[in-house]
Design a protein around this ligand. Structure first.
Ligand SMILES: [Mg+2]
Ligand SMILES: [Zn+2]
Length: 194
């Protein structure tokens, strides 16, 4: 069994540019490369999970996402790290195109992408983590037994708490999120289970 860190894309791994499909506008969050490299070195698979309803809304095509994902890998490569997998949800219940107009199980806060990843990569979800910048990310992670870290960077504005979306940790940055995971892994090594 493997363990993973699930990472939201917009506002978590890269700067949030709403509905962006231009690879030139991709900018990593500060410290992203170093943070992810440290997590990978500690044995975590790195899996990006992202809602891309711009496809359903007709703002861009599904294949337009690939150059954006490639650019993220290119930028991470400069820090010597690569994502192991990327999952995206192109759907939206109010989408313009019938093909993508659905109330799917993959759009966060639903956990479908995490479940697909767990199946594809033999993940132990209780040893895995979800990092995101809004409560929907927390809910997707919590619903499948991951530990969850909210990057409290002002992107969540609703704070609409329910039984599933309370993060286990709230931190100011991706760097701090990685530190939290690595500390926890270290505590575990000394038998101090969280
Ligand atoms: Mg986000
Ligand atoms: Zn979906």
């Amino acid at each position: 069994m493997n363990k993973a860190v699930f990472i939201d894309k917009d506002g978590t791994l890269i700067k949030d540019v709403p509905y962006n499909a231009d690879p030139h506008k991709v900018v990593l969050e500060p410290g992203a490369g170093v943070a992810l490299a440290a997590l990978q070195a500690a044995g975590f698979m790195l899996i990006m999970v992202t809602n891309q309803s711009g496809v359903a809304h007709g703002y861009f095509q599904e294949e337009d996402l690939l150059p954006v994902f490639d650019r993220i890998q290119e930028l991470l490569g400069e820090a010597g790290v690569q994502l192991d997998a990327v999952y995206y949800c192109p759907h939206h219940p109010a989408g313009k195109t019938e093909r993508y107009r659905q109330s799917c199980i993959c759009r966060k806060p639903r956990p479908g992408m995490l479940l697909h990843a767990a199946r594809d990569h033999h993940l132990h979800l209780h040893q895995s983590w979800m990092i995101g910048d809004i409560l929907h990310d927390m809910e997707a992670g919590n619903r499948v037994g991951c530990r969850t870290i909210l990057i409290d960077n002002g992107h969540e504005t609703q704070w609409d708490f329910n039984a599933f979306n309370t993060p286990d940790f709230r931190v100011p940055s991706l760097t701090a999120a990685a530190d939290t995971i690595l500390e926890s892994a270290q505590n575990k090594a000394y038998g101090n289970f969280l």
